[in-house]
Design a protein around this ligand. Structure first.
Ligand SMILES: [Zn+2]
Length: 313
């Protein structure tokens, strides 16, 4: 997902952007340039180029680094036979656009000075180069490499889809993870803090547990993990309330288990206990929803990568 700064950079450079995939792309001179915004607020900038007939060899890493205008902003990641890869650290909305423009114009100057030519990053061909989205990455490819890259991606997609999760084991993992979350819920309650915060621990525990034992967190697994979290939340609440009863009734000879079993009756028969229960439930579910949503998005994305292949530019 392209951040608001990433979107601003694309606008200022007049580069088209793929907001969901987190990248923008264009050309400097005739050279395809594509920029990926990495999760750690770094930009990965790739230029598809190779030495032309009039030029010498591909630049070394050091030669390229020496030409970067601001060494604190940008650094060479890798110099490949047909591609330069440069990382840049975002520096806030006011400074980054200027720094990026400066970097691109320095690169353009260098490419022209050294007589480089645009090329396909796979085979180095100079004709018919377009920028393609290859799943979650971009690449400048020629017309014969593009179908090959597409077929490879399709093969990869098929193998990922074939790798099914094992729902039985996953459910077991979700139960174990959520049970740990439930323990945290009860401990927070006993410590006198807002127990509903434990909703986060429940849903994170369940998702992680499913992922660890089930292999792959797919749609079914995600739904099962959230359901297990909700059930475990009610169990944790009953243990918490039962424990509070036990504090009072232990002296009269009631066991801990008796008190936990009596907790639902207390909730139903005492309006003030019922009201507290309803509020805690609502806040707990809200936390499960909120905390779970981000975790679900992140891990779902990780386990279900994008396999789209299309020509961008
Ligand atoms: Zn090629």
């Amino acid at each position: 997902m392209l951040s608001s700064l990433g979107q601003k950079l694309a606008r200022e450079l007049e580069f088209p952007a793929q907001i969901n995939e987190g990248f923008f792309y264009g050309r400097i001179g005739g050279f395809p340039v594509y920029i990926h915004e990495l999760p750690n607020r770094q930009l990965l900038l790739c230029v598809a180029a190779k030495p032309g007939p009039a030029g010498g060899a591909q630049l070394s890493r050091e030669e390229l680094a020496a030409r970067l205008p601001d060494q604190k902003f940008a650094a060479v990641r890798e110099v490949r036979p047909h591609e330069w890869q440069i990382t840049a650290a975002e520096r806030g909305a006011s400074r980054t656009p200027g720094l990026l423009k400066e970097l691109l114009s320095a690169l353009r100057e260098l490419l022209e000075e050294k007589h480089f030519v645009p090329c396909c990053v796979r085979c180095g061909a100079e004709e018919g180069i377009s920028v393609y989205q290859c799943g979650e990455q971009m690449a400048a490819l020629c017309e014969s490499c593009a179908p090959e890259a597409e077929a490879e991606l399709a093969g990869l997609a098929a193998s990922v889809r074939q790798k099914k999760s094992s729902p039985g084991k996953g459910l077991l993992g979700a139960l174990a993870g959520a049970a740990l979350g439930g323990v945290i819920w009860v401990l927070i309650y006993r410590a006198g803090y807002i127990a509903a915060l434990g909703g986060l621990a429940l849903v994170f525990g369940a998702l992680k547990g499913y992922e660890l034992l089930g292999g792959r967190l797919d749609r079914k697994g995600t739904a099962a993990s959230v359901a297990v979290s909700v059930v475990m939340m009610f169990a944790a609440m009953m243990v918490s309330y039962g424990w509070a009863l036990y504090d009072i009734y232990a002296a009269e000879g009631f066991s801990f288990l008796d008190c936990v079993m009596a907790a639902p009756t207390a909730v139903l028969h005492f309006p003030d206990v019922g009201a507290t229960f309803a509020v805690e439930c609502a806040v707990g579910l809200l936390f499960i929803g909120l905390g779970g949503f981000s975790a679900i998005c992140a891990s779902y994305r990780r386990h279900n990568p994008v396999f789209a292949f299309r020509k961008l530019l």
